[in-house]
Design a protein around this ligand. Structure first.
Ligand SMILES: C[S@@+](CC[C@H](N)C(=O)[O-])C[C@H]1O[C@@H](n2cnc3c(N)ncnc32)[C@H](O)[C@@H]1O
Length: 260
């Protein structure tokens, strides 16, 4: 960092601390990027210039404590808005029902939350998706399987269960990372095994669903992938930066598959 940048940084440090406290992290970061970043170089560009040559990330928690992680932006602003109509009737989601309630609304008649461990708070069912004979076949209109398949070593067995427990015409909505850090909590509890590509995802799903019933979308570009690895949050990038699609940087992969 130049002496000038260092000086500016020292001068604004106490104000930044107060602004962060008063505005809250998300609004503070938004203002930094949209206002300061443009006008005087104190926003994202400054921060990146200063910080990219580093061996530890800016944040290690995907950005959760600061605001909306970048992969969740693609989930919540693109994937689910495109498929919200599939979330209806009897819906199962993993570990919580955040997207069932957020995008299913009153189309959902029954919401189930499957947890790996029995008795987990908030869960209505438990089981290992690779081996769940206790879950009846042809049960769900929709299964929401977000940020989960990468934690299951035997993906093929999990997808066979998913296809079995969906009703005919039922839909599974899936999100898996293509580019991501390890999720330490998941690694230590059940394992973090895979980063997929659109091709491996398609081939895996086509073993269980008819190819014409599988739709794959990818999200991301080199900037959003790098930002995500650093733990930056969606409000720290501009919308056009987030929305630029580069097919060679599959940060997140979305799958919609229908059981016939
Ligand atoms: C990060 S959470 C994802 C769910 C959450 N709804 C979301 O969108 O972030 C990952 C979940 O995968 C579950 N999981 C890991 N292995 C599993 C398996 N074999 N069968 C069922 N669930 C599993 C874990 O219990 C964990 O709650």
């Amino acid at each position: 960092m130049s002496i000038r940048s260092r000086l500016i940084s020292e001068i604004v440090r106490p104000f930044k601390h107060t602004a962060r406290k008063v505005l809250g992290e998300t609004l503070y970061q938004q203002l930094r990027v949209t206002c300061l970043g443009e006008s005087n170089g104190l926003g994202l560009d400054w921060r990146w210039g200063r910080s990219l040559r580093r061996i530890s990330p800016l944040r290690r928690d995907f950005g959760w404590r600061a605001g909306q992680p970048i992969d969740r932006y693609y989930a919540e602003s693109h994937f689910f808005p495109a498929h919200y109509h599939d979330i209806h009737g009897h819906v199962m989601e993993i570990a919580d029902n955040r997207y069932t309630t957020q995008f299913g609304g009153d189309r959902v008649s029954r919401s189930e939350i499957l947890h790996f461990h029995a008795g987990a708070p908030g869960s209505t069912m438990h089981g290992d998706l690779t081996n769940a004979p206790h879950i009846p076949s042809d049960t769900f209109d929709c299964i929401i399987l977000t940020f989960t398949l990468q934690f299951i070593f035997d993906i093929r067995a999990a997808l066979r269960t998913v296809a079995r427990i969906l009703k005919p015409d039922g839909v599974v909505l899936v999100l898996v990372p293509g580019i991501s850090q390890i999720s330490r909590f998941d690694m230590e509890n059940w394992g973090d095994y895979w980063r997929l590509t659109s091709l491996s995802t398609r081939l895996l799903f086509e073993e269980v669903f008819h190819p014409s019933d599988v739709t794959i979308s990818t999200y991301g570009n080199v900037l959003s992938a790098t930002a995500s690895l650093q733990g930056l949050i969606s409000s720290e990038l501009r919308r056009e930066e987030l929305d630029y699609h580069d097919r060679d940087y599959e940060l997140l992969i979305g799958i919609r598959a229908v059981k016939r």
